[in-house]
Design a binder for this molecule. Structure first.
Ligand code: ARG
Length: 256
């Protein structure tokens, strides 16, 4: 009997969930889905919670808040970084939020929101490394970068460098520890977090900042309507203090 009740309860929950997802008329259309693409390997911007398996981070909170502001629900798909813009163009997703830097090259293919975070690149080396102190010291060395990123663009400019490209940032750090490369070039806030928060050992981040970059959310070239809505939502979140709350949750203190 007990079993019957729990099965019945489960069915009930399932039915309610389905109704919750499918209904449009009775909640004012508040459940339109915003299809989001992100590469979930970039703490503290996007990463998977080990216990509940949820995608979390600054970008995840921000896109959920933006979607909510637009009367929508964000549904996030984990996509390889070099597959994000193709996924947009194939209309598999509506928007990318993935610590993606606004660049002129990308602007030829996508529309960006207003910048939402100021970033840049730094170098991570093994603890004992004394011969790499600045970007120029990477000449003739092996460097790991995530495929399709601004780190790759920068490192390729160095004469005689051997660039090894990996699908995820975690793979880059693994290669560094395994002595397969001499350095990793990657976004500063992610390196900061890796070193200070995730308890990484045997590696250090150099203080030199290689670039100054801004993150934006990317949409298809033709979707000016979504771009306007996203920018309006972002502005609202800045005005009402919500953006600042999310910022403090992930970075503490004031906006840098
Ligand atoms: N900011 C860099 C770029 O746009 C790297 C972003 C990588 N993002 C990620 N979620 N792995 O090229």
């Amino acid at each position: 009997m007990k079993k019957f009740f729990s099965v019945a309860a489960l069915l009930m929950v399932t039915v309610l969930t389905l109704v919750g997802c499918g209904g449009t008329a009775d909640n004012g259309g508040n459940n339109k889905v915003l299809k989001v693409g992100s590469t979930i390997d970039f703490a503290p911007f996007e990463f998977q919670d080990e216990t509940n398996k949820e995608y979390q981070g600054f970008d995840m909170d921000l896109i959920r808040a933006v979607a909510k502001e637009m009367g929508m629900t964000a549904e996030v798909q984990n996509i390889g970084f070099d597959g994000l813009i193709p996924a947009l163009q194939a209309k598999n997703i509506d928007i990318v939020i993935s610590g993606m830097t606004i660049t002129d090259e990308r602007k030829e293919n996508v529309l960006f929101s207003e910048p939402y975070y100021d970033s840049g690149l730094t170098i991570v080396v093994r603890d004992g490394e004394e011969s790499i102190k600045t970007f120029n010291d990477l000449a003739g060395r092996k460097v790991a970068v995530q495929i399709g990123t601004t780190s790759g663009d920068e490192v390729h400019k160095i004469a005689g460098v051997e660039v090894k490209e990996f699908n995820t940032v975690a793979d880059c750090f693994m290669e560094l520890k395994a002595m397969g490369v001499d350095a990793v070039v990657n976004d500063r806030p992610v390196n900061d977090y890796y070193i200070s928060k995730s308890g990484a050992t045997g590696v250090k981040e150099l203080s030199e900042r290689l670039t100054s970059e801004s993150y934006g959310m990317a949409m298809t070239k033709s979707n000016t309507e979504l771009q306007t809505k996203v920018n309006d939502a972002l502005q609202k979140l800045k005005d009402n203090g919500e953006y600042q709350k999310i910022y403090e949750k992930w970075f503490g203190g004031v906006e840098k």
